[in-house]
Ligand binder design. Structure first.
Ligand code: DCS
Length: 481
């Protein structure tokens, strides 16, 4: 009997081959255990509100009023909402063509794109054109739209850092392209060595791959490093020489936990380099409302900005975006608010600063508690989380543990993470889901659990790890660094 199109055997092979570990085996097991009544600490997804982070008050007030505009006609509205939130809600409603229930232009509301452009201009000190900014349902959709334009067939390669956030590997495999890995150096604080890039490109070319784009994640996920200006210059020069589009994933630009390397955007570095580079390198930069001190993951708001992309290509990207009609309109308003928060002198300013600073300072302390906690454990080494939302410790697994994993039919780090989950309820993602060098094992956890719960979580991790390491201790040494 012939197969029907949605019988498993006849599905698009790219769909079946695509892997996404952040919601993989560990997550599924954790959900099962939760159903059985076990307390699970979900540190597998960078989803701050799910771990108790409170929403910032001002943006929620504005969007609440936009969602329920009849409240604006209520004579008591001023008793519940501050005047600047009311004014802002009216402002955003005036930018729409029928409130939040109406589709917007498929690039997003022109008024919000203008606010994004003004933000970029303030941040970088260079002009930004709203016509080259598209609003998206989270950064993910933007990344997918752009990769869709870049990848023509399996001979097209995309340079992706390893370890990487699997949005990239999964989308490349879904679109039938080829991932060309470049390795980040763990012993150099997850630094990016341009010589590694050259080698990766040369090797891919020798296999007949046309390398067309390069992804950077700055600050890094899962690795947490912040790229220096000098490093970004090298990368841009490399992209210019090799004629690669640079995809700059900058969703964690607010999440910085050290002072030596503040966030600097790829766009600014490119513009600073001047002509001819600043006029030649094709760059797409991505941002989101899901991260930073906003953490509004469920709202699904993002944007991308295009630099040096020819107008005819922008038209084609617009056409493709139009197939989905419109990004979420309420999320566009979150984006507008993120890029133009309350200013000094506004009624809501002090509260906004207090709330956002509180979140960021706590994240900085949590980054430190986690790194120190991991480094105090046997056979665990961990670079400091300079930015983003994750800790990515290396677990030096004894060969006996690797043997036991093989016997259980598991990848060694999956085996370790499953045992950790069963023993402690801590749900992590094994390093193999992000890519890592052969024979080296990691796990990724977010730094998002509540600060007051952190010491207990680290203690329970340490206890588990000690027991695991003594259970599998052997004479044959550990997996290498
Ligand atoms: N880029 C990076 C580097 C990310 O880490 C994420 C989300 C995204 C893009 C997409 O975010 P939005 O679509 O929500 O804008 N990070 C996932 C993660 O690793 N854990 O949680 C989500």
């Amino acid at each position: 009997m012939s197969l029907k199109a949605l019988d498993y055997e006849s599905l698009n092979e790219n769909v079946k081959n695509c892997q996404y570990a952040v919601r993989g085996e560990l997550y599924l097991r954790a959900s099962e255990l939760q159903k059985e009544g076990k307390k699970i600490i979900f540190t597998n997804v960078g989803n701050p509100h799910a771990l108790g982070q409170k929403p910032l008050t001002f943006p929620r007030q504005v969007v609440a009023l936009c969602q329920a505009p009849f409240l604006l006609d209520n004579p008591n509205v001023g008793m519940i909402f501050p005047a600047d939130a009311i004014a802002r809600a009216k402002h955003y409603l005036s930018l729409t063509s029928g409130g939040l229930g109406a589709y917007s232009d498929s690039r997003g509301l022109p008024g919000v794109r203008k606010e994004v452009a003004e933000f970029i201009q303030r941040r970088d000190g260079y002009p930004s054109d709203p016509e080259l900014i598209f609003l998206t349902d989270g950064a993910s959709k933007g990344v997918m739209q752009i990769l869709n334009c870049v990848i023509r067939d399996q001979k097209d390669g995309i340079l992706v850092p390893v370890p990487q956030y699997p949005l990239y590997s999964a989308t490349i495999s879904l679109l039938g392209g080829t991932l060309v890995p470049y390795y980040l150096e763990e012993t150099d604080n997850w630094g990016l060595d341009v010589n590694n890039l050259r080698q990766s490109v040369a090797q891919a070319r020798s296999q007949g791959i046309t390398v067309r784009a390069m992804v950077i994640i700055n600050p890094g996920n899962p690795t947490g490093q912040c790229l220096s200006e000098a490093n970004l210059r090298e990368i841009l020069k490399f992209c210019c020489d090799e004629r690669l589009v640079l995809l700059g994933d900058e969703v964690y630009q607010q999440n910085i936990y050290q002072d030596e390397r503040p966030f600097i955007s790829s766009k600014k570095v490119l513009m600073d380099m001047g002509a001819p580079l600043s006029k030649e390198v094709q760059l797409i930069s991505f941002h989101t409302v899901s991260k930073g001190y906003w953490g509004e993951c469920g709202q699904r708001g993002g944007y991308f900005e295009m630099t040096n992309i020819p107008p005819r290509t922008v038209e084609e990207i617009y056409k493709v975006a139009s197939i989905a009609l419109s990004p979420n309109v309420s999320a566009q308003i979150f984006m507008g608010l993120m890029v133009s928060p309350p200013k000094p002198g506004d009624i809501s300013y002090d509260q906004f600063v207090r709330e956002s600073k509180g979140i960021l300072e706590s994240l900085r302390r949590r980054a430190r508690i986690m790194t120190d906690g991991f480094n105090s454990c046997k056979n665990v080494v961990c670079n400091f989380t300079e930015g983003a939302m994750y800790s990515f410790p290396q677990i030096k697994l004894p060969s006996k543990a690797i043997q036991a994993a093989k016997q259980a039919g598991k990848v060694p780090d999956v085996f370790y993470c499953l045992k950790l989950l069963e023993a402690t309820g801590i749900s992590t993602v094994p390093g193999s889901g992000f890519g890592q060098k052969e024979g080296v094992f990691h796990l990724r956890t977010t730094i998002l659990p509540a600060e007051e719960e952190m010491p207990e979580i680290m203690e329970s991790f340490k206890k588990f790890n000690d027991e695991f390491m003594s259970q599998y201790a052997d004479r044959f040494g550990y997996s290498r660094m």
